[in-house]
Design a protein around this ligand. Structure first.
Ligand code: PLP
Length: 482
C-alpha cells in the first residue's frame, strides 16, 4: 500500500553503530521503498529540513541521499522543491530484485587460462611483508626519495604544458636509448623503446604479438617462472632447456622454436653469465621473423667483479632480439616501470598492441624518470648501490660459509642481487624453505624454478635488500634451522 510523505520517516530505521554510514543506509532504504512501489511515481518526499528533523539526522545526510537517488533516476530533485519520485516501482523492479535474490551464487565460470592460475607457482605465494632474505629485491630504504620527489613534483607542475598523446614519452625514450647504449651496449633508436608498467608487461606484450597457440618457446631451466607464465598465457608450449657452464644450452636436432627466452647477463636464478660463443651460437640459429630471442636484462646494472658484458641485443645486426629491462631492481620494486627495445620490424605493431592491451605507464612518472636519468641521479644511485650490494654479497657469502659451510655450498655470482646455495646433503629444498619461512627467513627452492624434473636442489637468497647486521642475524637463524 502506498505511503504518504509524512509516514515515510516512520519506515526508515537508521543505526549509528552500523558500518554503513547514515547516507548509505538512508539511500538504500528509500531506494527499496520506491522500488517496491510503496512510494509511488509522482509522490513527493518530505522536504529535506522536515525529513532530517523527523529522522534526527543532519540536513546534509538527507540532501546527499536525495542527490544520490536523483542521480540514479529514482527522484527528481530541484532546489527549493520537495523531491518527486519519477519511476513506477512495483512490478518490474521488484521482480528483477526477487528473481536475482532467489538465484544461488554459482561458481564463477573462468576462462581456461584463469582456471589454472591458482595452481601456478608464480608469483610467490608468501608475498606478505618483505622478510629477510627474499630474493629479487634491492634496498628500497636506500632509494633517494627526496630527489625522486622533486622530479615527480616538477613533472606534475609541467603537466599542463605537456604534449598529450605519445604513450611512450619521447624524453624518456631518448634518455633510455642513451643510457642503454652507454652502459649495456644496446643498439636502439629512441623510437624503438617502449615504456611499460613492468618487465612482465613487456613479456606479455611480446607473447601476444608473436605467439600462435601451439608454438614452441624455449626457456632456461631452472629459470624465471614469470616468463613461462607469460608465454603459456598466449598458448605457447613452453619447453625448459638446461644450463651448462656457458649458460643456456643450445638444443640441436629439433625443430627451431618460435622464441627463446634468456637472461644472458646474469642467469636467473643461478647468476651465470652466458659465454660469447653461446651468444653468437644462438644469434646464428635465430632467423629474422622465425625464431625470436627475448633477452631479459633484469638486473644487469649490478656487476661487482669485472666490467659488465654488453647485451646480446648489441651483437644482433638483424633485428631478431627483444631487449627487456625493468626499474624494479635498479630503483624500487614498486616503481612499476619496465621497458622493451622492439625489433625495428615489429615496432609499429607492438605500439598498437600496447594500446590494445592498455599496457601504458603514467606520463608524469615517465617524465619524472626522464629527468632523474637525464640529470645523472639514476647513474649516481646505481654507483652507490653497486658498492653497497657488493659488500652485502660478500658479507652473505662469508656468513654462510662460516655458519652453514657443511650444509650449503654457495655459488658466488659476479653480479645481481641474489645468489644460489646448493644443498650438499639430501635434496629436499622445498622442506628447507618451509622450515626457514616458519622462522622468518624467506628463500626460494631452486627445484621450484624448474619446469620439468628438478635437476638441482638449493636455495635462492637475496642479499641486496638487507644491511650487514640483518644478514648476519638471518644467517644465524638459518643455522639454527638446519
Ligand atoms: C628474470 C626476471 N625478469 C623480470 C623480473 C620482474 O620485473 P618486473 O617486476 O618489472 O615485472 C624479475 C623479477 O624478479 C626477474 O627475476
Amino acid at each position: 500500500m502506498p505511503v504518504f510523505a509524512e509516514m515515510i520517516a516512520g519506515l526508515i530505521e537508521l543505526k549509528r553503530s552500523d558500518d554503513e554510514g547514515l547516507v548509505a543506509q538512508l539511500t538504500s532504504q528509500l531506494r527499496r521503498l520506491i522500488a517496491s512501489g510503496r512510494i509511488s511515481k509522482g509522490g513527493a518526499l518530505p522536504s529535506s529540513r522536515r525529513f532530517a528533523s523527523d529522522l534526527g539526522v543532519s540536513r546534509n545526510t538527507v540532501t546527499y541521499a536525495f542527490e544520490q537517488l536523483a542521480a540514479e533516476g529514482y527522484l527528481e530533485a530541484s532546489r527549493g522543491r520537495r523531491p518527486v519520485v519519477t519511476i513506477d516501482g512495483g512490478e518490474r523492479i521488484e521482480r528483477a530484485g526477487a528473481t536475482t535474490s532467489r538465484l544461488r551464487p554459482g561458481k564463477p565460470r573462468l576462462s581456461p587460462w584463469a582456471s589454472k592460475l591458482k595452481q601456478a607457482d608464480w608469483p610467490m605465494s608468501y608475498l606478505a611483508p618483505l622478510s629477510p632474505l627474499r630474493p629479487g629485491h634491492g634496498d628500497a630504504r636506500e632509494f633517494p626519495n627526496e630527489i625522486w620527489a622533486r622530479c615527480l613534483r616538477r613533472s606534475a607542475v609541467r603537466a599542463a604544458k605537456r604534449e598529450l598523446g605519445p604513450v611512450n614519452r619521447p624524453h624518456l625514450r631518448e634518455a633510455l636509448a642513451q643510457y642503454l647504449g652507454d652502459s649495456r651496449g644496446v643498439r636502439a633508436a629512441a623510437e624503438q623503446i617502449m615504456i611499460l608498467p613492468s618487465a612482465q608487461a613487456a613479456l606479455t606484450l611480446i607473447a601476444a604479438t608473436v605467439i600462435t597457440p601451439g608454438d614452441d618457446v624455449w626457456v632456461e631451466d631452472p629459470g624465471y617462472s614469470g616468463a613461462a607464465a607469460a608465454f603459456r598465457a598466449s598458448g605457447a608450449r613452453v619447453i625448459g632447456v638446461g644450463l651448462d657452464e656457458q649458460g643456456m644450452q643450445r638444443v640441436v636436432g629439433t625443430a627451431a622454436p618460435k622464441l627463446v627466452f634468456m637472461t644472458p647477463s646474469h642467469q636467473h636464478p643461478t647468476g651465470r653469465l652466458m659465454s660469447l660463443a653461446r651468444r653468437t651460437d644462438f644469434l646464428a640459429a635465430s632467423r629474422p621473423g622465425r625464431t625470436w630471442i627475448v633477452e631479459d636484462d633484469y638486473d644487469g646494472e649490478f656487476h661487482y667483479d669485472s666490467r659488465p658484458v654488453p647485451s646480446l641485443q648489441g651483437l644482433d645486426a638483424h633485428g631478431r632480439v627483444f631487449y627487456v629491462g625493468t626499474f624494479s631492481k635498479a630503483m624500487t620494486s614498486d616503481i612499476r616501470l619496465g621497458y622493451l627495445v622492439a625489433p625495428p620490424a615489429l615496432r609499429d605493431t607492438l605500439e598498437i598492441a600496447q594500446r590494445h592491451m592498455g599496457l601504458i605507464a603514467a606520463s608524469h612518472i615517465q617524465e619524472a624518470l626522464a629527468e632523474f636519468i637525464g640529470d645523472g641521479h639514476f647513474r649516481a644511485h646505481l654507483r652507490r648501490m653497486r658498492r653497497l650490494y657488493h659488500v652485502r654479497r660478500d658479507h652473505l657469502v662469508g656468513e654462510m660459509e662460516r655458519r652453514l659451510g657443511g650444509v650449503l655450498e654457495v655459488e658466488v655470482p659476479s653480479g645481481g642481487i641474489q645468489l644460489v646455495a646448493r644443498l650438499t646433503r639430501g635434496s629436499a629444498d622445498r622442506v628447507a624453505v618451509k622450515r626457514l619461512v616458519a622462522a622468518g627467513i624467506e628463500t626460494r627452492a631452486l627445484s621450484s624454478l624448474s619446469l620439468d624434473r628438478p635437476r638441482d636442489h638449493g636455495l635462492l637468497l637475496g642479499f641486496a635488500a638487507w644491511r650487514e647486521s640483518e644478514i648476519s642475524a638471518a644467517v644465524r637463524t638459518m643455522a639454527s634451522c638446519f
